[in-house]
Design a binder for this molecule. Structure first.
Ligand SMILES: C[S@@+](CC[C@H](N)C(=O)[O-])C[C@H]1O[C@@H](n2cnc3c(N)ncnc32)[C@H](O)[C@@H]1O
Length: 172
């Protein structure tokens, strides 16, 4: 997820859905704030945002926002967007504006990474009602549309539990 974080240049980085900071920790380690790198971290749950604020209180250049990404406003556009939102389990009515928001926050040529748990997707499908299935397929087509337009690479993380697939996108 942090593959394109670079300690040799200034980057504006946006992390979306940071949880308790499992990825944030690596962003902080790999980036170089002395070059002016700026990391905005957005997490919707106040409880988790509070943990993040405590955990990264001493990390210069890291700004924690306890907000829904849909309500996040920034003066910056970002070179790098690292997104952990569980798109596959979200309603298409939410996924669509979130994708628009992420694209609007990206600099031309920005890189974005996000991951999916492939196995969980297939396991869940047989248990969906017709309405849930239709909703899931609409969400899926939004994700597939995003990937078809911008994806340039991926990385299978086999030894994650469950195995994950990281997508890399370039927002042209
Ligand atoms: C799958 S967890 C990932 C947590 C962490 N990045 C990790 O890898 O361990 C997804 C996170 O996204 C947050 N989230 C969900 N919807 C969000 C939204 N609309 N805006 C900001 N954060 C959101 C959840 O609260 C949760 O912490």
């Amino acid at each position: 997820m942090t593959r394109f974080v670079c300690s040799e240049k200034k980057q504006h980085i946006l992390e979306v859905g940071a949880g308790a900071g499992a990825i944030t920790k690596h962003l902080v380690k790999k980036s170089n704030v002395s070059l002016g790198t700026y990391i905005d971290v957005v997490e919707i749950y106040p409880f988790l945002a509070k943990i993040l604020k405590r955990r990264f209180a001493d990390a210069p250049g890291v700004h924690i926002h306890g907000l829904d990404i849909l309500n996040f406003k920034s003066e910056h556009k970002y070179d790098l967007i690292i997104c952990s939102l569980p798109f596959n389990s979200m309603f298409p009515e939410i996924v669509e504006p979130i994708i628009q928001q992420l694209l609007a926050l990206a600099q031309p040529g920005a890189l974005m990474s996000f991951f999916e748990f492939k196995i969980l997707q297939s396991l869940g499908k047989p248990f969906l009602t017709k309405k849930q299935r239709e909703s899931y397929l609409r969400t899926r087509s939004l994700i597939d549309g995003l990937l078809a337009r911008y994806k340039f690479d991926e990385c299978a993380v086999k030894y994650n539990i469950p195995p994950a697939l990281v997508h890399y996108l370039r927002i042209n």
